[in-house]
Write a protein that binds this ligand. Structure first.
Ligand code: C5P
Length: 236
């Protein structure tokens, strides 16, 4: 598989073409951003940690019946994935109230949510990723109704699997964001799953082990990501 020209560069990852149109190379950079790209810093080792973390989670989800774009690890910072048409919608599940939910609704940070809350957001930095619902997605043609249902269903299945994976390693999966894409007509989990796109707290101390450390300037960002990786058995 030969790596070719860069197709797209996001805030933390770049996508490169290959000599096979069905596959692209996902390259994880050290760039770390928050607040719709307003705060950006380079955090040494982040690309490598997130690439390996994501590979481990995607493989675990694939092994447990979730269709994902992940094919294989190529090197420390790159993975081979399916060349999907991405759906511009973020799927968020919340098991515990935190972040924008607390700001929006004034509920208590740390409150357990039963049943978990599901939210859709439009992936659009200029508009600050506004919250949307099924009607917006269908009316504006961002995805077909049946694919919206699949995204929702898969996001909840991922919750069941990952809540347990992290709980068994002494952590609470507070919330997370997933993105999906279309490949040969099917809906597949895309983008990445890493501490950049979820909230994870130590179950006993409630210490934050995710990107909130970067957002809130708490320090020890990559050290926390590495701790999570070690606890769940990601080979770094
Ligand atoms: O900011 P908010 O509380 O809505 O985020 C919910 C979850 O989705 C968090 O785990 C956050 O890291 C993730 N997220 C993300 N990318 C975004 C928005 C949220 O990974 N653009």
């Amino acid at each position: 598989m030969e790596k070719k020209q860069e197709l797209y560069s996001g805030k933390a990852k770049s996508v490169f073409a290959t000599d096979d149109n069905d596959y692209v190379v996902l390259s994880f950079r050290d760039d770390t951003s928050a607040f719709d790209g307003e705060k950006v810093e380079q955090l040494s080792r982040k690309g490598e940690v997130n690439n390996k973390f994501n590979a481990f989670i995607m493989q675990y989800l694939s092994d447990n019946g979730i269709p994902t774009h992940f094919e294989k690890l190529l090197n420390a910072t790159e993975s081979l994935v399916k060349n999907m048409k991405m759906i511009p919608v973020e799927c968020v599940v919340r098991n515990v109230a935190s972040g924008s939910l607390v700001r929006r609704l004034g509920v208590e940070d740390g409150m357990e949510l039963n049943p978990p809350v599901f939210e859709f957001f439009l992936k659009n930095d200029a508009l600050h990723d506004p919250m949307i619902n099924e009607y917006h997605i269908e009316t504006f043609g961002w995805a077909k109704a049946e694919d919206v249902n699949k995204m929702k269903d898969l996001t909840f299945k991922v919750n069941k699997l990952l809540k347990k994976l992290f709980a068994d390693a002494g952590m609470i999966l507070v919330d997370y964001k997933l993105e999906f894409g279309l490949f040969k007509g099917g809906v597949y989990l895309g983008d990445e799953f890493s501490p950049d796109g979820c909230r994870l707290w130590d179950a006993e101390t409630r210490k934050k082990l995710d990107k909130d450390r970067f957002r809130q300037g708490l320090g020890g960002v990559i050290e926390a990501y590495e701790e999570v990786a070690h606890r769940i058995g990601v080979p770094l």
